[in-house]
Write a protein that binds this ligand. Structure first.
Ligand SMILES: Cc1cc2nc3c(=O)[nH]c(=O)nc-3n(C[C@H](O)[C@H](O)[C@H](O)COP(=O)(O)OP(=O)(O)OC[C@H]3O[C@@H](n4cnc5c(N)ncnc54)[C@H](O)[C@@H]3O)c2cc1C
Length: 475
């Protein structure tokens, strides 16, 4: 694949002088901290180790409470069920933390990884919780000389905190069923998301019985304080970053729509202005959750990537895909915006190499446009865009003029789908096209399957795994 400088628009005075440049001239090395991605991988491992350490400590406290040693087989079953309950609860704690949008989570492991772990812990904690309930119900049913089904219902009349735990079980079952791919495919995202919020109700309802049922976390000893600290820590992180912080940020910055522009592909570019926007500390490549209009704080947030380098304003470009994104077209200048974030690690801060390759398809070019604008001086820059036609790629003129200004190599792959990630009449590969693969970061943003093929091609071209950064517009 030959990358050339984008031809200046017809009206440009030096139209006659386009030059084919495979290797742009070298200048001083960019200021990029090495190994951010490796640090994040370690961060994710450390977080997972902390989760298991918390679960094992909880189980150690349970065994130390010595309640079951004389209980025979059924005592053992009850002990196993309590251990399972502790593991499930610790995973729910981790889920809260991972969904808290706390900046250190973003820094340590990255938002995408946090969402992935949140989902993984979600599925595992529900399965382990069901095993916990199954085991304790069978053990209690045996002691009571009853069958497990009646025993489960009998808990309702035992104590208020066990009745709450049963409601928590019902709420979890609803969240679980609607999260199955088949059910999720039938539900509009905003309805699925509303049901999904039930999981926080389920977590809250399950907490009291952990302290009041059984011996382990009762009576304010070391075990109680340990368990109390875990819940207060995760719960307050969640409430602070998901509720308090957004209120403080939005009251402080008071963002409103200051400009709207329709793009060639029907997307709408929205510019937000407000107070001290720079102090939000947004970086190119990041995204913000946004809701518009009156009572915006109560509306569902939708994530949109910054489509220009952040400064005194923030800018996003939105493709109408469903009901919320389609409504953007009817926004008016002056409309209030409520934001969450900035979030995400699809930034220059994640780089470890001197050279930069930006590859995007369709609306996926929007974060790449801001990364191109803000790329640190030095190193080689290459931009590869993909769309069914020139018009299908939003912000194209801006990107081409930035590429010229940054003297980047550039290619627009316009046309029908090809066998790999190029077009039907222009198959492409990065293999042999990247001058210093071991010293290059590749940023990819586009549809899942296409992005996966580009990523594999970058790996085949010799780009290190941690220097390949992918953003996807769906979680
Ligand atoms: C990190 C990230 C950055 C994004 N950046 C951009 C961007 O710059 N420009 C752009 O046009 N689109 C972007 N998107 C996609 C955008 O968020 C969705 O298209 C939008 O939320 C669709 O909502 P809807 O109500 O219009 O459509 P719906 O019909 O409700 O949803 C269509 C699909 O969008 C996704 N989606 C819907 N609501 C949400 C939500 N609240 N959170 C996450 N995903 C959701 C779901 O996968 C859903 O299947 C981004 C998504 C993510 C995750």
């Amino acid at each position: 694949m030959t990358l050339t400088a984008p031809a200046p628009p017809a009206s440009h005075p030096d139209r006659e002088a386009p030059a084919a440049i495979d290797a742009p001239p070298r200048v001083s090395a960019p200021v990029v901290p090495p190994g951010a991605a490796r640090r994040r991988a370690r961060g994710a491992d450390a977080l997972q180790a902390a989760v298991w350490l918390a679960a094992l400590t909880g189980i150690a406290f349970m065994i130390a409470s010595g309640a079951f040693l004389d209980g025979g087989v059924w005592g053992w079953l009850r002990m196993i069920s309590r251990a399972l309950g502790i593991v499930a609860a610790v995973m729910m704690l981790a889920q809260l933390l991972l969904a808290s949008r706390a900046p250190w989570i973003d820094r340590v492991i990255g938002h995408d990884k946090a969402i992935t772990l949140h989902t993984e812990y979600g599925v595992t904690s529900v399965v382990v919780m069901l095993l916990h309930i199954g085991a304790v119900t069978v053990a209690d049913a045996h002691v009571a000389g009853d069958n497990p089904a009646s025993q489960l219902l009998a808990y309702w009349s035992y104590d208020w905190f066990l009745a709450w735990a049963l409601v928590s079980l019902a709420a979890t079952a609803i969240v679980l069923v609607t999260s199955f791919a088949s059910a999720r495919a039938r539900l509009p995202y905003h309805r699925w998301h509303a049901i999904h919020l039930l999981s926080y109700v389920s977590i809250a309802l399950a907490v009291p019985h952990q302290f009041l049922q059984g011996e382990t976390f009762r009576g304010m000893g070391a075990a109680w304080w340990f368990w109390f600290a875990l819940w207060v820590g995760s719960g307050s992180a969640f409430l602070f970053w998901r509720v308090v912080k957004p209120v403080v940020v939005n009251r402080r910055h008071r963002l409103t729509v200051s400009a709207l522009r329709r793009e060639s592909d029907g997307s709408i570019t929205v510019t937000l202005a407000g107070r001290a926007v720079r102090s939000l500390g947004a970086q190119s490549g990041q995204f913000i959750g946004i809701a518009f209009g009156r009572l915006a704080f109560a509306r569902e947030m939708h994530p949109y990537s910054l489509s220009a380098a952040p400064g005194d304003t923030l800018r996003v470009t939105v493709k109408p895909l469903g009901d919320a994104s389609a409504r953007i077209a009817s926004l008016k200048v002056g409309t209030a915006a409520w934001i969450e974030g900035p979030l995400g690690i699809f930034t220059h801060g994640s780089r470890s190499g001197r050279d930069l390759v930006l590859i995007g398809a369709g609306i996926g070019v929007s974060p790449l446009r801001s990364l191109l604008e803000d790329a640190p001086e030095g190193g080689r820059i290459s931009v590869v865009l993909r769309g069914r036609s020139r018009d299908e790629v939003p912000l194209l003129d801006e990107i081409e003029s930035l590429a010229r200004k940054r003297r980047a190599s550039y290619a627009l792959l316009a046309g029908g789908r090809g066998r790999t990630w190029g077009t039907a009449d222009r198959e492409v590969t990065l293999v042999g096209a990247i001058a210093r693969p071991h010293d290059t970061d590749v940023f990819i943003c586009g549809p899942h399957e296409w992005g996966r093929v580009v990523q594999a091609d970058a790996l085949a071209a010799g780009v290190p795994k941690e220097a390949i950064h992918r953003e996807e517009f769906a979680w």
